[in-house]
Design a protein around this ligand. Structure first.
Ligand code: DC
Length: 224
């Protein structure tokens, strides 16, 4: 049986950086579940699926084929042999992703892919429903959060550094809060802190402090 470290939280809380570092330190594969929902959104938009139509999204979900394979410390994703890269990180994808991610056939598909990844070994999985719905039995579950201002600042910096967009911090904050609202009020597997998950507010912590908090809370036999 693989060990699974599950980390949930809203956009910009620092889940990706923390998961990547914890994965590197322990030799666990990093799994970005949000990227799978982003790929589903990208494919909807690329195929002219109206993301305001739940019926259209549900009918289309089964047609998307995503290949998942372990590669250099993480699980990489391919669609039609192509890596999506930063095409799934644009403001347009941000604006549509929550609408796609709230549909049950989309969630069932991504959940099945995530559960199947335990065949590749020990994992650090980040997302919104990993601690509550995908791997609720994990003994290492975390809810990472931060103030809306801190989260928007980080996301905006990341977008500028990666050359993805150059939006104001206010615009980034508005888009992030709009997504949070849909993610935490949807019918299926909404974002919430799981009972028994350790909540970490990263607003005033360094990345290293968050990583250490996670590492110290792991079952003793999992620590490197
Ligand atoms: O973490 P992210 O911003 O890349 O996530 C993209 C979208 O997918 C966002 O709307 C939340 C959703 N998501 C989800 O519903 N469940 C997950 N486990 C991960 C992401």
């Amino acid at each position: 049986m693989s060990n699974v470290i599950a980390i949930d939280g809203p956009s910009g809380a620092g889940k990706s950086s923390v998961s990547r570092i914890v994965g590197e330190r322990l030799g666990y594969l990093h799994v970005d579940s949000g990227a799978l929902y982003r790929i589903m959104t990208w494919q909807c938009l690329a195929n002219g699926v109206d993301t305001d139509s739940p019926e259209a999204i549900c009918a289309f979900a089964g047609k998307v084929e995503i290949e998942c394979r372990p590669e250099a410390g993480h699980i990489a994703y391919y669609v039609g042999g192509e890596a999506p890269g930063d095409r799934i990180r644009t403001p347009e994808i941000n604006a549509h992703a929550s609408k796609v991610a709230r549909e049950k056939p989309v969630r069932d598909k991504v959940t099945a892919l995530l559960k199947g990844m335990t065949q590749y070994g020990n994992l650090v999985v980040e997302g919104r429903d990993i601690t509550t719905a995908v791997f609720p039995e994990s003994p290492a579950r975390f809810y990472l959060t931060a103030s809306a201002e801190a989260r928007a600042r980080r996301r905006q910096k990341e977008e500028v550094e990666k050359g993805i967009a150059n939006q104001s911090a206010e615009a980034v904050k508005a888009s992030l809060l709009a997504r949070d609202a849909i993610d935490s009020t949807r019918k299926y597997a909404p974002l919430k802190k799981a009972d028994g998950a350790l909540e970490i507010d990263s607003s005033d912590l360094t990345l290293e402090q968050v990583v250490e908090t996670v590492m110290n809370a792991l079952p003793k036999e999992w620590r490197a």
